[in-house]
Design a protein around this ligand. Sequence first.
Ligand code: NHR
Ligand code: GAR
Length: 225
Amino acid sequence: MRQSPLPGIVVLISGSGTNLQALIDAVADGRVHGEIRAVISNQPEVTGLDRARRAGIPAQVINHRDFSDRSGFDQALMAAIDRHQPELVVLAGFMRVLTPAFVEHYDGHLINIHPSLLPDFRGLHTHERALEAGVQQHGCSIHFVNTELDGGPVILQARVPVLIDDTPQTLAARVQQQEHRAYPQVVQWFCQGRLTLRNGQVWLDEQPLQAPLQLSGPAVLADTH
Ligand code: NHR
Ligand code: GAR
């Protein structure tokens, strides 16, 4: 029997693309019922572009340095994305702040993974700041993007302990293992039509979330990225 077309996904990256790889792997082994139609990077020659090409996904660079202002870059990005008519746009280590025009264009169809337990440590250098603050727990948050930077409604968080001898690098690696579990789960909920944004609130399975969901349980397989 012919299946209905899979929901289309466009992934925006700026770097190594390990979250992209987690999504590619999840699509390949049937944990995400979606189709990654394109990967777009604002940085040329990053590893994430190779990951896309290796998976047979169209990979494109739109270099923000080629534009004189943010709105010109965002307009070009929107045109490139809309060619693929995606249901979902996924920010996966994407490092450029997006204009309100961009965010509003994809309202309810744009998600980000941020390396902290929001609302703590919005912005950049989150692992350094978590260590400086002396928190005992850290982690990642997946949220719908709105015009408030890292301030959109949170869908799912995953927590890790902070260890006494952690460096920003060791802490980042522990957080990223959880990112690679959490992001495919959220993308799958969206692809299944179970996850929506309504009037600024996250809904899962026809229920509004009263608080962010928490990913629990140990990773079953060692993370190999
Ligand atoms: N755009 C909007 N409107 N809202 C959000 O919540 C966004 C966003 C764009 C990206 C990711 C975010 C993160 O998870 C994200 C969330 C980049 C910066 C930043 O300051 C801040 C937050 C995030 C991403 N970028 C610098 C800039 O001038 C450039 C830094 C660099 O190139 O290294 O855009 O943390
Ligand atoms: C991830 O840890 C992600 O949470 C973070 O960058 C890393 C990207 O890794 N995102 C941000 O800092 C956004 N400002 P990846 O390219 O290997 O997926």
